[in-house]
Design a protein around this ligand. Structure first.
Ligand SMILES: [Zn+2]
Length: 199
């Protein structure tokens, strides 16, 4: 994927990290763009809600109205078969979280392109949520596609930064997508359960 910025030539200090993360997430040969967008859309309520999020994955079957002109023109590029959009909020994040966000969206790309089955992850999520300690994790954040993306992000970020740095991150703060202090241990147990099941 090709890295693009808005405005042009912005975020040059982030480029080496972003290139490394694109390779670590295995999407360097996917067609399309990763857009590092410096625009501030917090108060632009006519835009899609996605523009107030940290990031999103887009493919041509999805809508392209209520979108800033520079993003629309990128979406109209015939090579734009995949787009990962990163917000200025994501780009202002610490490296480990920014890489996490990119890897999470990269997994959505793979889910869409390689029709990855989430049956296994769904079953193991249900199993773990019967444990007392995970019983009242917010269910709205545990959709299989989202947890599958986070498991992948956990692997990518662990490879790039090491497991102690991941632990340190979760000890200091929660992941905004699932702001619960038990989420890391939930994902670690999920990883273990899936490994034991050979998935
Ligand atoms: Zn997601």
């Amino acid at each position: 994927m090709e890295l693009r910025t808005h405005p042009d030539d912005a975020f040059s200090e982030l480029m080496p990290l972003m290139r490394e993360a694109v390779v670590a997430a295995g999407i360097e040969n996917a067609e399309g763009f990763v857009l590092l967008d410096g625009g501030d859309y917090e108060d632009e309520s006519f835009l899609l809600d996605e523009f107030r999020d940290y990031a999103f994955y887009w493919s041509p079957s999805k809508p392209k109205d209520r979108i800033p002109p520079h993003v629309a023109s990128l979406m109209n590029d015939p090579r734009c078969t995949n787009l990962i959009w990163l917000s200025r909020r994501a780009l202002a994040e610490e490296d480990i979280h920014l890489v996490w966000i990119l890897a999470h969206e990269a997994r959505h790309l793979s889910q869409a392109r390689q029709s990855i089955s989430t049956d296994g992850v769904r079953r193991h999520i249900q199993g773990l949520r019967r444990k007392l300690k995970f019983m009242n994790l917010p269910g709205s954040t545990l959709a299989p596609l989202e947890v599958d993306s986070d498991l992948f992000a956990l692997q990518v970020a662990s490879r790039m930064f090491g497991q102690p740095a991941i632990r340190d991150f979760f000890a200091r703060r929660n992941l905004p997508r699932c702001p619960d202090s038990r989420y890391l241990s939930f994902m670690e147990e999920l990883e273990g359960a899936m490994r034991d099941a050979g998935q």
